[in-house]
Design a protein around this ligand. Structure first.
Ligand code: S3P
Length: 439
């Protein structure tokens, strides 16, 4: 079996100014809402990575015309809420949980049936968290016995609105139900146990669709229309996070990350790094198309271990792999609790990171809902990404403080969210060799 791995030389510094690619969550939503809007939507800064491209391909397969200009700007010719056509083949969504969960809501109330499939990792991820509440709305969706994909969505032209208290803090579940609510009679309300990313709500408003928000409760009524608009996708804070931690842990580093989305439901990484003693400043703050953006400057800092406040967990949910690396380089102990959701991401991120850190000589103990990490000295060694893009990138960053080379197996999935990772890392000073191994 071929296995594209990374080897990363130890030590070094990160310096320079870059713009990381577009936000993945916003890119997915721009296609979904642009497709069901009336009129044309233009999208600048769309993330051209496998996950968002899987969403784009799914809508093309459902009859939506989407053009790309030489500069990368997308033009989506919206077909209106009832204009999608059933795809001839199952919709293959690769590694992308966001595509599958949001699409299951959007397709539950159509007058055609759909089948959603994914890769090995996606086929193991829990889908009953969306299919159960969708069934309460009247949707008929078949899953495996374990509640996993393929999802067989039957045609059901009218759903009924529900009020749903989510058992977990999940923006994917919330967004799925709001998208289904567009096709439901009456009002659909979702109550979240803790705030999660609100890009769907903001973008619906940008498309002229009314959304009511009161504290943790979000409601919308079916029957309205979306009007095509212009979307400027900010740089993804989840991709920026690798260099935020990298510049913090490496000596003599100073990095400027430009035009990064700083939606308050996504900035847990900044708050946690600051609590650890990180040196982070924001400038050029502005609102672009309903989303706040800023330039973020990070300099080397002596990090210290902390107890991570549980309220910050959903606001940094994708950043824990690299935050564990920050904790491994910090002075003292870091404790994460309340993060059991990490066990059902693209990999079991608690186990994958604890195993890798232990291999690199760090005292890290996985717990059911988090990890306890004693800061220490990272050795070189060989670790496994478990096919998870964020684990691969997190261990690449760890090399900045390692005493020997770090070799990471199975890194192809970096292309799902951040295909430019190697070139941007190298422009800042981190030398990663991309090698093909035979194992
Ligand atoms: C996402 C929500 C989060 C996040 C994922 C993208 C989204 O998942 O981990 O990468 O775009 O809504 P959960 O909502 O399941 O926590």
């Amino acid at each position: 079996m071929t296995n594209e791995g990374f080897s990363v030389a130890p030590g070094g510094a990160l310096n320079g100014a870059i713009r990381v690619p577009g936000d993945k969550s916003i890119s997915h939503r721009s296609i979904m809402l642009g497709a069901i809007a009336e009129g044309v939507t233009k999208v600048r800064g769309f993330l051209e990575a496998e996950d968002a491209l899987a969403t784009l391909a799914a809508f093309r397969a459902m009859g939506v015309k989407i053009e790309r200009s030489d500069s990368g700007e997308l033009t989506i010719y919206g077909v209106g809420k009832r204009g999608l056509k059933g795809a001839k083949e199952p919709l293959y969504l690769g590694n992308s949980g966001t595509s599958m969960r949001l699409l299951s809501g959007l397709l539950a109330g159509q007058n055609f049936s759909s089948v959603l499939t994914g890769d090995e990792s996606l086929s193991k991820r829990p889908m009953s968290r969306v299919t159960d509440p969708l069934a309460l709305m009247g949707a008929v969706i078949g899953t495996s016995e374990q509640g996993t994909s393929p999802l067989f969505i039957e045609d059901m032209p009218i759903l009924k609105g529900i009020s749903y208290e989510m058992p977990m803090a999940s923006a994917q579940v919330k967004s799925c139900l709001l998208l289904a609510g567009l096709y439901a009679e009456g009002e659909t309300c979702v109550v979240e146990p803790a705030p999660t990313r609100d890009h769907t709500e903001r973008m619906l408003e940008g498309f002229g669709y009314s959304v009511k928000r009161e504290g943790r409760r979000v409601c919308l009524s079916g029957g309205g229309k979306l009007k095509g608009t212009e979307i400027d996708v900010p740089a993804d804070i989840s991709s920026a996070a690798f260099f935020m931690v990298g510049a913090s842990i490496a000596q003599d580093s100073d990095v400027l990350l430009k035009h990064v989305g700083i939606n308050p439901t996504r900035t847990g990484i900044i708050d946690i790094l600051r609590l650890m003693g990180g040196n982070i400043t924001l400038s050029n703050e502005q609102i672009v198309g309903g989303e706040p953006v800023a330039d973020i400057r990070i300099k080397s800092a002596e990090l210290k271990g902390i107890d991570i406040p549980e309220s910050l967990v959903p606001l940094a949910i994708d950043e824990f792999p690299v935050l564990f690396v920050a904790a491994a380089c910090a002075k003292g102990q870091t404790v994460l609790t309340g993060a059991e959701e990490l066990r059902v991401k693209e990999s079991d991120r608690i186990q994958a990171m604890a195993d890798g850190l232990v291999k690199l000589g760090i005292n890290a103990t996985a717990t059911d809902d988090g990890m306890v990490i004693q800061g220490g000295s990272l050795s070189g060694g060989e670790v496994d990404s478990h096919g998870d893009h964020r684990i691969a990138m997190a261990f690449s960053i760890a090399a900045l403080r390692a005493t020997g080379e770090i070799k990471i197996n199975d890194c192809e999935n970096v292309n799902t969210s951040f295909p430019e990772f190697l070139s941007l890392a190298s422009s800042l000073g981190l030398e990663i060799k991309d090698s093909i191994d035979v194992s």
